[in-house]
Design a binder for this molecule. Structure first.
Ligand code: GN1
Ligand code: MG
Length: 381
C-alpha cells in the first residue's frame, strides 16, 4: 500500500537537522514533473518555518543524483560570481550527512526554504513586470557563461533536440498504442507542415553555427519567484535541467509561457496568442543581461520561441497519444488541451515572426551596435 504523504514527509525530515512538528501540508500543482509540498513546521521553540519538500520524478530524471550534482555545481559557481543586485537561485539544505538530497525507499527527496513573500504566476497580466523577468533569466545565463560544461551531466539526453522530439512524435503516431492518434489528425498535420522550420535551430547547432552554452532549459515564468508586492524577481528555481543548451531555447521557452495571452492549457483557443507588448518587455530585459550573444544567436532568438513552442506541443501530444506517462494531468485529455493551446500559440508566432525579429534587434543595448549591424545581415535564417 502507498504510504500516506505525512508519514513520508516526516521520514524525510528525520534526515535533516530540522526539528519540529508538521502543522500543515499543501501540494503545489503548477509543476508537471516533480511532487512538491509546501510544509509548515512548528519548531521546538514555537516558531513557524515554511519549507518546500520535493520528490524528484525518477521516471523523467533517470539519474536524480546527476540532477543534484548539477544543482550543486551551479550553486557553487553562482555564489562566487553573483553581486548583491542579482536575483538569487534556489539552493537545497544539506542533510545531516552533508548531502543536498536524501533517498527514501529508492525515491529522491530534497528540501529548500519557502522564499518569504514570494509568489509565482501562471499568467502575466501586466507587461511591465516582464523586463525584470527577462533580465533575471538573461543574467542567470550570463553568470553561468564561464562554468565549464564538462562539470555538468546531461540529465535528460536530447532534451531540446527538436529533430529527435519530432521523430519520436511521428513514431508514436504510427504505433498509436491507445487509438488516440486517429482523433488528432489535424494536429498531426501541423507538425508535418512545420517540421522544417522547427528543426532549423538543430541544423545550426549541428553545423556549429550557434554555440552551446550552459542554459536553464525550463524558463517558464513560474520558475521565477516574484516578490508579492514589488513584483521584482527574488529567485530563479527549478534548476533540474541546467545543462548545455541554446540561449534561444531559454529565451523562447520564457516567451512561450509569459507572452501567451492565455494559460498554457487554455481550451478556449480564441484567447490564445502572442502578446507583442509582453514579448517586447521580456526581450529588452533578456538582451540587456546577455551581453555576449553572437550575431547568429541574435538572428535566431525569435525562432527559438517558435521552435520551443512547436517542440512542447509535440511533447504534450506524444504524451496524450502514449497514455499520459510523462506530464502530470489534472483532467481528461489534459495533454491534448495543452498541445492544442501550444499549436495555436505557435501558429500565431509564425505569423508574427518578422515583427518578433525586429523587436529583438531593436532591443539590443546600444553598446552592442557593432554586432547589431552584423546580426541584421544574417536575419534570414
Ligand atoms: C515541465 O517541471 P515543470 O513543470 O517546470 C517540463 C518542461 C516543459 C514544462 C511545460 C523536465 O516543466 O520541459 O516545458 O513542463 N520539464 C521537464 O509546462 O520535462
Ligand atoms: Mg521543470
Amino acid at each position: 500500500m502507498k504510504k500516506d504523504i505525512l508519514t513520508v514527509l516526516n521520514q524525510v525530515l528525520t534526515k535533516y537537522d530540522l526539528p519540529g512538528e508538521i502543522e500543515d501540508v499543501k501540494q503545489c500543482t503548477n509543476g508537471h514533473i516533480n511532487g512538491t509540498y509546501r510544509v509548515t513546521l512548528v519548531t521546538p521553540n514555537g516558531l513557524k518555518e515554511h519549507l518546500i519538500i520535493q520528490k524528484i520524478n525518477n521516471y523523467v530524471f533517470k539519474k536524480p543524483e546527476t540532477v543534484m550534482h548539477n544543482i550543486q555545481q551551479v550553486a557553487n559557481h553562482v555564489a562566487n560570481r553573483k553581486s548583491n543586485s542579482d536575483c538569487d537561485i534556489i539552493t537545497f539544505f544539506d542533510t545531516k550527512s552533508g548531502k543536498n538530497h536524501t533517498i527514501i525507499e529508492g525515491e529522491y527527496w530534497r528540501i529548500c526554504q519557502f522564499v518569504k513573500d514570494s509568489v509565482t504566476y501562471d499568467l502575466v497580466e501586466n507587461s511591465k513586470v516582464l523586463y525584470s523577468a527577462g533580465f533575471a533569466f538573461g543574467r542567470f545565463q550570463a553568470l553561468l557563461s564561464d562554468l565549464p560544461m564538462e562539470k555538468l551531466h546531461v540529465t535528460i539526453p536530447d532534451f531540446h533536440n527538436t529533430r529527435k522530439r519530432l521523430a519520436d512524435f511521428f513514431e508514436i503516431v504510427v504505433l498509436d498504442p491507445l487509438g488516440r492518434a486517429t482523433g488528432v489528425q489535424e494536429e498531426i498535420a501541423f507538425f508535418e507542415e512545420h517540421r522544417t522550420l522547427a528543426t532549423k535551430l538543430c541544423d545550426l547547432e549541428e553545423s556549429h553555427q550557434v554555440p552551446q552554452r550552459v542554459t536553464h532549459n525550463d524558463t517558464k515564468y513560474n520558475n521565477i519567484l516574484m516578490h508579492k508586492e514589488t513584483m521584482e524577481p527574488l529567485c530563479v528555481i527549478d534548476l533540474d535541467t541546467v545543462m548545455p543548451g541554446l540561449a534561444m531555447h531559454d529565451f523562447g521557452d520564457a516567451i512561450r509561457f509569459a507572452a501567451n495571452t492565455a494559460v498554457e492549457d487554455e481550451t478556449d483557443l480564441s484567447k490564445v496568442g502572442l502578446n507583442l507588448e509582453h514579448y517586447q518587455e521580456f526581450t529588452k530585459g533578456f538582451m540587456a543581461a546577455c551581453e555576449n550573444l553572437t550575431p547568429n544567436e541574435i538572428a535566431t532568438m525569435a525562432l527559438g520561441a517558435v521552435t520551443i513552442t512547436i517542440e512542447l506541443a509535440s511533447r504534450f501530444l506524444l504524451d496524450h497519444i502514449s497514455g499520459d506517462k510523462y506530464f502530470q494531468i489534472h483532467r481528461d485529455n489534459h495533454n491534448l488541451d495543452r498541445a492544442r493551446c501550444q499549436i495555436r500559440l505557435a501558429e500565431d508566432m509564425i505569423e508574427k515572426l518578422d515583427e518578433m525579429n525586429r523587436i529583438v534587434y531593436e532591443s539590443l543595448p546600444s553598446k552592442n551596435t557593432a554586432y547589431k549591424e552584423v546580426a541584421l545581415t544574417k536575419s534570414n535564417f
